[in-house]
Ligand binder design. Structure first.
Ligand code: SF4
Ligand code: SF4
Length: 281
């Protein structure tokens, strides 16, 4: 049977916050029984956009990760009495009547997606716009408003989603939690992986070292094992991405007629190495 899923492309999110505001427009001050009570004016981020800076000046990227409720298939927030329950269409709902006073539910979500409505003493979160979907909508407010198409609502069977995961490289955020989210991310490496970048020029001519090869290999126990290769572009810059964070890497830059340049870098986070001048020899 088909269920609701969200696919979010991290590379397309520009932190405009339109999805956050559309959520506010829909839910602040509006009750949608039996699925949700009104969201309070402040303090809640049912669509929460996380931000991360990658690298250092002059080669810097910023990654944005929109995080709603993941509508997990193995959701630790579910309760035996139906205060939090999973629908057949995949959505996880907090019952606004049964959950009243159940403040402990807030801490059951490892993603921090549940917020406490202090006035009502009610845990609350993204409902997947279930009230709209039941009216026949084929978009959530966030997917409808996103100007870059970063958020897509998908009505698909688990088998169809598994195929998309395979062909499109979709990933769950913090899959190690084992909650089996129904929100999938594209280009999640922008959040979970690191890059090494730098600028390269020829010392004798001051020209950009366009075309020079960059080899990033693991240092230490697996020294010499090539991890990934890149090339210096026509601006004299390189950026090798999708590296596992943590540990030492060796970066080797080579160009015909010039001495190879090697440097060890610690990639706990993305690193911009600065300018490398290649010496003729
Ligand atoms: S509306 Fe789209 S681009 Fe804007 S913050 Fe949300 S996900 Fe990102
Ligand atoms: S993200 Fe949190 S609140 Fe949403 S279903 Fe998963 S555990 Fe429950």
């Amino acid at each position: 049977m088909k269920k609701w899923n969200l696919v979010i492309d991290v590379a397309l999110c520009h932190d405009c916050n339109d999805c956050f505001l559309a959520d506010k427009d829909e839910f602040v001050g509006n009750d949608f029984p039996p699925y949700s009570a009104a969201q309070p004016w402040s303090g809640h981020r049912w669509m929460n956009i996380l931000r991360k800076e990658r690298g250092q000046y002059p080669i810097v990227q910023v990654a944005y990760l929109p995080v709603p409720c993941m509508h997990c298939d193995e959701a630790p927030c579910l309760t035996a009495d139906g205060a939090v329950y999973k629908r057949e269409d995949g959505l996880v709902i907090i019952d606004p009547e049964k959950a009243q006073g159940r403040t402990e539910i807030v801490d059951t979500c490892p993603y921090g997606a549940i917020y406490l409505n202090e006035e009502l003493q009610l845990p609350q979160k993204c409902t997947g716009c279930v009230h709209l979907l039941e009216e026949g909508w084929t978009e959530t407010r966030c997917s409808q408003i996103c100007p870059t198409g970063a958020i897509t609502l998908v009505w698909a069977s688990d088998e169809e989603m598994a195929a998309r995961v395979e062909t499109e490289g979709l990933e769950a955020y913090r899959a190690e939690l084992g909650t089996r989210p129904r929100v999938y991310y594209k280009n999640l490496h922008r959040w979970t992986k690191v890059f090494v970048a730098g600028s390269v020029a020829y010392a004798d001519t001051d020209e950009c070292a366009e075309g020079a090869t960059v080899t990033v290999s693991r240092d230490g126990a697996s020294a010499g094992a090539v991890v990934v290769q890149g090339a210096v572009n026509n601006y004299g810059e390189f950026l090798v991405d999708e590296l596992e964070p943590g540990g030492e890497y060796e970066v080797t830059i080579e160009a015909p007629g010039y001495q190879a340049h090697s440097a060890a870098v610690c990639l706990e986070e993305s690193v911009t190495m600065g300018l490398v001048m290649l010496i003729r020899g």
